[in-house]
Design a binder for this molecule. Structure first.
Ligand code: SAT
Ligand code: MN
Length: 608
């Protein structure tokens, strides 16, 4: 038997949590870091880590934003890697046709080999974190072990992290173990690169044991394991087993002119405007939006039978390009307060950040690859999936309810995607099951948020395609069952709508101006719930009746509005074979009621 390994810091654990202590030791013995640091989440720790990253030129301190930093990744490590993302359920059938699968024991064998010595020459940080308020009855704990100080700094922004969490965990609270290594060990004396990562990448989830193992990437979605890995993939499995929903949704609070308050959750795929909608400044008088979350919602029924949503995150990890004072002034105000990390954007000569969409480009920048850039360079200065990482509490329109562990009762759920054709600006589902059908058939053109081709139409159910941690057919069934779970009946369920801000005319122009003007659509949604706005029945659902959508003061050609709202039976008939093909992928796991919805839609289209 070999003697126990001594790693500096390993035994300085500020916790008596036995399972945690054993796991940290086990990982240290496998990955062989030079030292172990137990993170406390303090200001001092943030300063130490960011100073060190600045010294190593991984981060550049911005002169124009307080306590803020510019980061550039390796050009190969810029987005989530869906091809390398695995759901390792014991039974392959549980992963379903939309996930990559490997048997848990096989994945653990492969990755244990990769982790063997993978932290040599580096520090292993122990990052205790909590998704959702620490004051929750049952706080949702995770601990990430990582050899990336960039990940530690980002986790401090994106999650409640540090000593308070460890204290609250006590000696035996359950937690999700999240293991992360960039997969770039250093030999003695070997010089480090600015962005260590590996060509071999695995983002693996073990839903049965509720563990996450990530290797080879430092990019947010692959490495900040509290986010998509825990709060969506693993949490969706917890939700299935325990009767709640973990969804890729923003949460907003909408107050109307008479003071009426509605809470809206909205699911759009990555890089389709969730952050912008969450922080929208309405262009119509008397309406106010406050933000609760921009990416993830955990929803469960309250005792009153309503569906309550909590945002498990503590920060915003938003797409930078396109964010500007015009499109999202509240995001700009949030960022102006500093305390942020900007990744893969460009830097100005006076030490500020810049990206496409911020108006006139400066004469000179350093681009996301570290090269001199001028407006003549002929390529964007920032990667299309470049991101800002900033504390949500800096958002000037954060709703007070953000801190409430019970969450907010959701009145409306919006599904939406990015489609040039076919899908009208807004459609109301007839009932919950029809709404689930709309979500299950959601389609969108792919974006730069994931590695791969951009602009291809794919089905992205509930905007969760890359994030459902189990069989998507079972996930649809879970959604249907949730609709029956409202103790006081369907009246308490959120109403479901489908929106598309991205429809275009023949010449490619956007038919709807979007951004702050989307408040007009929210107004119609509220008025539908209150029973005061008119709608017309169409084969696909209810759309605003002529004149029902408030376009007062909006400079929009009547023809564009009509085209934006148009339901074209011929276009919809073309969708049907794609939906049939999509549904067939789920075999007998597809709930029969969804086939029935499709049949009814076909019949209505044929009659149209
Ligand atoms: O890359 S992340 O998963 O962190 C953001 C996103 O794609 O939605
Ligand atoms: Mn997202």
């Amino acid at each position: 038997m070999s003697a126990p390994v001594t790693v500096p810091g390993l035994d300085q654990a500020p916790t008596a949590h036995r399972r945690l202590l054993a796991w940290v030791r086990e990982v240290a013995e496998l990955t062989r870091p030079d030292r172990v640091v137990w993170c406390d989440g303090s200001e001092g720790e943030w300063r130490r880590i960011t100073d060190e990253l600045v010294d190593k030129q991984v981060l550049v301190r911005l002169r124009q934003k307080p306590n803020s930093f510019w980061a550039r990744t390796d050009p190969s490590d810029v987005a989530r890697v869906e091809e390398r993302t695995f759901i390792c359920s014991a039974d392959e059938a549980d992963a379903g046709p939309t996930n990559n699968w490997m048997a848990p024991a096989e994945m653990k064998r492969v990755m244990t080999e990769l982790y063997d010595g993978s932290m040599r020459g580096r520090t292993m940080y122990v990052v205790p974190f909590c998704m959702g308020p620490l004051t929750a009855e049952q706080p949702m704990f995770g601990v990430e072990l990582t050899d990336s100080p960039y990940v530690v700094a980002s986790m401090r922004i994106m999650t409640r992290m540090g000593a308070d969490v460890l204290d609250r965990m006590g000696a035996d609270a359950p937690f999700v173990p999240c293991l992360h290594s960039v997969g770039a060990p250093l030999a003695p004396g070997q010089e480090d690169v600015a962005w260590p990562c590996s060509d071999v990448k695995y983002i693996s989830h073990f839903p049965d044991s509720r563990e996450i193992w990530s290797y080879g990437s430092g990019y947010g979605g692959n490495s900040l394991l509290g986010k998509k890995c825990f709060s969506l993939r693993i949490a969706s499995v917890m939700g299935r087993d325990e009767g709640w929903l973990a969804e890729h949704m923003l949460i907003l609070k909408l107050t109307g002119p008479s003071g009426q308050v509605k809470y809206v959750a909205a699911a759009f795929p990555s890089a389709c405007g969730k952050t912008n909608l969450a922080m929208l400044e309405p262009t119509i008088p008397g309406w106010k939006v406050e933000t609760l979350g921009d990416d993830i919602a955990w929803m469960r029924f309250g005792e009153d039978g309503r569906l309550y949503a909590v945002n498990p995150e503590f920060g915003l990890f938003g797409v930078a390009p396109g964010t500007d004072w015009k499109t999202n002034p509240n995001a700009m105000r949030t960022l102006a307060k500093g305390n942020s990390i900007f990744t893969n954007v460009a830097m100005t000569d006076d030490g500020d950040i810049w990206w496409e969409g911020m108006g006139e480009p400066p004469a000179h920048l350093v681009d996301w690859k570290g090269r001199d850039w001028t407006p003549e360079s002929g390529e964007p200065s920032s990667h299309p999936n470049s991101r800002f990482c900033t504390p949500i509490e800096q958002c000037p329109i954060l709703a007070d309810e953000y801190a409430d562990p019970r969450g907010v009762p959701i009145d409306a759920i919006l599904f939406g995607g990015r489609r040039k054709t076919t899908i009208p600006l807004v459609t109301e589902a007839r009932d919950w099951v029809h709404g689930v059908y709309l979500g299950a058939t959601l389609s969108s053109e792919t974006t730069a948020a994931a590695a791969g081709k951009v602009g291809v139409v794919r089905r992205d159910p509930m905007a969760m395609l890359p994030f459902i941690g189990y069989h998507a057919g079972d996930y649809f069934a879970h959604w249907i069952a949730m609709g029956k779970g409202a103790s006081s009946g369907a009246a308490q369920l959120p109403r479901i709508f489908y929106v598309n801000w991205f429809r275009r005319g023949d010449d490619g122009r956007f038919l709807w101006p979007g951004f702050g003007e989307n408040a007009r659509v929210l107004k119609w949604v509220v008025e539908r719930i209150e029973g005061t706005a008119a709608a017309v029945e169409t084969p696909i659902g209810r759309v605003p009746a002529p004149g029902a959508l408030d376009v007062s003061g909006l400079d929009l050609p009547a023809e564009d509005l009509e085209l934006a709202l148009r339901v074209d039976a011929a276009e919809w008939r073309e969708e049907i074979p794609q939906v049939v093909e999509w549904f067939e992928r789920f075999g007998d796991k597809l709930p029969g009621v969804l086939w029935a919805e499709l049949d009814a839609l076909k019949a209505r289209l044929d009659a149209a």
